[in-house]
Design a protein around this ligand. Structure first.
Ligand SMILES: C[S@@+](CC[C@H](N)C(=O)[O-])C[C@H]1O[C@@H](n2cnc3c(N)ncnc32)[C@H](O)[C@@H]1O
Length: 338
C-alpha cells in the first residue's frame, strides 16, 4: 500500500472479531434490540421483522439500475419498468417503520432516478431533488461524462425536521462588495480572505467521493462521502433520533449518525461490508471528525487552509450532535478512481 494510502481494510482476524457483533433476525424485534447495530441479512428476509414507527430518518442508497458487483452479491441492469417494481417491493414494506414526522432520502443516478421518483410519489410527499457533483471517474469519449447523482428528499407529512442553520455553507467571496462605509456587505473579512456563510441549495458541489488518502475510504465500490451524510443527518434529524439505512454498504450512514449523536440501524447483505462498518464505528469512538464539516459549517472542496488555520494543534473536539470538530488533511491528493 502506498505510504499515504489510508484506506480502511479488514484482516481475517478482524473479520472474525467484528462478525461476532453482527445481528441476524429470526423474528419480530423491538427497537431496543436492534438500536445501534448492524443487521447482516438480505433486506427482503428482515422487512417483516422490523418494528413499526421507530424511524425518524430513512436514508436509502440502493444498487442503481446498472451492472455492479458488491463482493458476495451483484446487481444486473433491467428495464426501467422492472427497476420501478423492484424499488416498490422494498420501499412499500419500509413504510411501517416510519414515524409520521419522518424524512426519507433515496439516492439514484440518471438511469434510476425517474423510477425512484415515481415510486416515492406513491408513498410520500416529494419535497425536493438534490443533485450532487461526483467529481470523479474518467471522462467519456462518446458521451458527456457522468458526473452527477440525485437524492430524492421526501417526508411522510407536512410535519418534519429541517435544521437549516446546521447545514450552511462557508464559501470564499468572489465579489467582495462593501457598504458605503467600506464594511463587508453580507460577508466576513479574515486574515485568510473573505468568506460568506450561505443557505444550502439543492445543488451540492462541495463533496469529494472517498478516495485512497482520505481516512474514511474503504474498498466499497459506491461508498458515499461522510460529508454528504452529515448534511442529511444534521438537516433532517435531531440528536437522539433514529436513522435507518437498509442498504448500508460500508456503513457511512451508521458512522455519521454515531459521530453526530444519533441512533442508527443498518442492514447489509454482505458480511465483509458489515464488518467494515463495525470497524468504522469503532474508529468513530475516538475520532468524530467529518471531513469538510467543521466550525458548525460545511466548507467548499479543497479548503483545508482556511478551515484549519490555528485549529490543528488544539485537537479540540466539539459536542456530539454538531459539526464543530477540526478535520484532517487529505484534500490535496490526486483523485484516483476506485
Ligand atoms: C449503493 S451500495 C450502498 C453504499 C453505502 N451508502 C456506503 O456509503 O457504503 C448498496 C449496498 O446494498 C447492498 N445490498 C444489495 N442488495 C441487498 C439486499 N437485498 N439486502 C441488503 N443489502 C443489499 C450491497 O451489498 C451494497 O453494499
Amino acid at each position: 500500500m502506498a505510504p499515504r494510502n489510508r484506506t480502511i481494510t479488514m484482516t481475517p482476524n478482524e473479520l472474525d472479531l467484528y462478525s461476532q457483533r453482527l445481528l441476524t433476525l429470526k423474528g419480530e424485534v423491538k427497537p431496543s434490540e436492534i438500536e445501534n447495530r448492524t443487521i447482516n441479512q438480505d433486506l427482503f428476509q428482515v422487512l417483516d421483522f422490523l418494528p413499526s414507527h421507530f424511524v425518524d430518518l430513512l436514508f436509502v442508497d440502493p444498487p442503481y439500475n446498472m451492472d455492479k458487483s458488491f463482493l458476495s452479491n451483484g446487481f444486473k441492469e433491467m428495464s426501467i419498468e422492472d427497476y420501478s417494481v423492484w424499488v416498490d417491493s422494498w420501499l412499500g414494506k419500509l413504510l411501517k417503520t416510519l414515524k409520521k414526522t419522518a424524512s426519507v432520502y433515496i439516492c439514484g443516478d440518471w438511469r434510476s432516478s425517474a423510477a425512484i421518483h415515481l415510486i416515492a410519489r406513491k408513498y410520500f410527499k416529494v419535497i425536493n431533488r438534490i443533485t450532487w457533483e461526483r467529481e470523479k471517474g474518467r471522462g467519456a469519449t462518446v458521451n458527456w461524462k457522468n458526473n452527477s447523482e440525485d437524492i430524492w428528499f421526501c417526508t411522510c407529512s407536512n410535519r418534519y425536521t429541517f435544521n437549516v442553520e446546521s447545514v450552511k455553507l462557508k464559501r470564499r467571496v468572489l465579489a467582495p462588495y462593501r457598504t458605503d462605509r467600506g464594511e463587508p456587505k453580507d460577508w466576513m473579512e479574515t486574515d485568510k480572505g473573505g468568506f460568506r456563510v450561505t443557505h444550502p441549495s439543492n445543488i451540492w458541489t462541495d463533496l469529494t467521493v472517498p478516495f485512497w488518502s482520505m481516512p474514511e475510504n474503504t474498498d466499497h465500490p459506491t461508498q458515499k462521502p461522510e460529508k454528504l451524510m452529515a448534511k442529511i443527518i444534521l438537516a433532517s434529524s435531531n440528536p437522539g433520533d433514529l436513522v435507518l439505512d437498509p442498504f448500508l454498504g460500508s456503513g457511512t450512514t451508521s458512522v455519521v449518525a454515531k459521530k453526530l449523536g444519533r441512533r442508527f440501524v443498518g442492514i447489509e447483505i454482505d458480511k465483509t461490508y458489515c464488518c467494515l462498518t463495525e470497524k468504522r464505528l469503532e474508529l468513530a469512538e475516538t475520532d468524530s471528525n467529518i471531513q469538510g464539516c467543521s466550525g458548525g459549517v460545511f466548507w467548499e472542496r479543497n479548503s483545508f487552509q482556511p478551515q484549519h488555520s490555528g485549529l490543528l494543534n488544539k485537537k479540540k473536539f466539539g459536542p456530539r450532535g454538531s459539526c464543530h470538530t477540526p478535520t484532517e488533511q487529505s484534500l490535496f491528493e490526486s483523485q484516483d478512481s476506485k
